[in-house]
Design a binder for this molecule. Structure first.
Ligand code: IPE
Ligand code: MG
Length: 231
């Protein structure tokens, strides 16, 4: 979700105003995803690297997360959304961790859209954790090193229990992954748009879905193989 700062600057406002406007775009996107029957939506809200921003921006973002949880969770729950936060949550304030835990437990039994929010998250951090957990199991003699394969490795990732993303959407004009879900995005279709995140809405989401719908997923196979399997 990129472009909040530029959106604010273009209006002569402080960056924080852009982040606030970004919350509205989150609401619209979650609604759009639920309406379209998307099973899983993962929002990159704050990266491991975002801690390096000016302290006042970091603290206003953290307050905004608390406020957004306070305001939005009841509605998400009514809409059958299941919320989960992934990332180095122990780096967050106690107050925010508490709100997160409450939101997760309140919505744990829901069966609609599975909404993941990545906070203090980095793709490399996730991979390093997975490697560390396999290494400690191997050192303890619980697993055989030769048995480590893609599946065993992926089981140590934060989002191990959900399918890999089919589609990545990045707003704000940059065409890069910026340390998002590096492992899980191996076969994702990539949609980059110049639209700044506060202006992202249902119509923009539809454009991304239309792009995705036009893609043939080959996973290394030939187009002919895929067509034959579809018949
Ligand atoms: C994304 O918008 C929001 C977060 C990283 C929290 P930016 O704040 O990166 O917006 P730009 O890139 O400065 O416009
Ligand atoms: Mg940015």
């Amino acid at each position: 979700m990129d472009g909040n700062g530029r959106w604010a600057r273009a209006r002569g406002k402080a960056r924080h105003a852009g982040h606030r406007a970004g919350v509205k775009a989150v609401r619209a996107t979650v609604e759009a995803a639920a309406e379209k029957g998307v099973g899983y939506l993962t929002l990159f809200a704050f990266s491991s690297e975002n801690w390096a921003r000016p302290a006042d921006e970091v603290s206003s973002l953290m307050s905004l997360f608390v406020e957004a949880l306070r305001r939005e969770v009841a509605e998400l729950h009514r809409n059958n959304v299941k919320l989960r936060f992934v990332g180095a949550l122990d780096q967050l304030s106690g107050g925010l961790q508490k709100k997160i835990a409450e939101a997760e437990s309140k919505t744990a039994g829901n069966s609609g859209l599975f909404l993941n929010v990545a906070v203090a998250f980095g793709g490399r951090w996730d991979i390093v954790n997975a490697a560390r957990s396999l290494a400690s199991r191997a050192a303890a003699g619980d697993i055989d090193i030769a048995s480590i394969d893609d599946e065993a490795f992926a089981s140590g990732l934060q989002l191990a229990d959900i399918p890999d993303p089919d589609l990545l959407i990045r707003t704000g004009g940059e065409q890069r992954i910026s340390n998002f879900m590096l492992w899980n995005l191996a076969y994702a279709e990539l949609w980059f748009t110049d639209v700044l995140w506060p202006e992202f809405d249902k119509a923009e989401f539809d454009k991304a879905l239309a792009y995705f719908a036009g893609k043939q997923r080959r996973y290394g196979h030939t187009g002919e193989q895929v067509e034959a399997a579809e018949c």
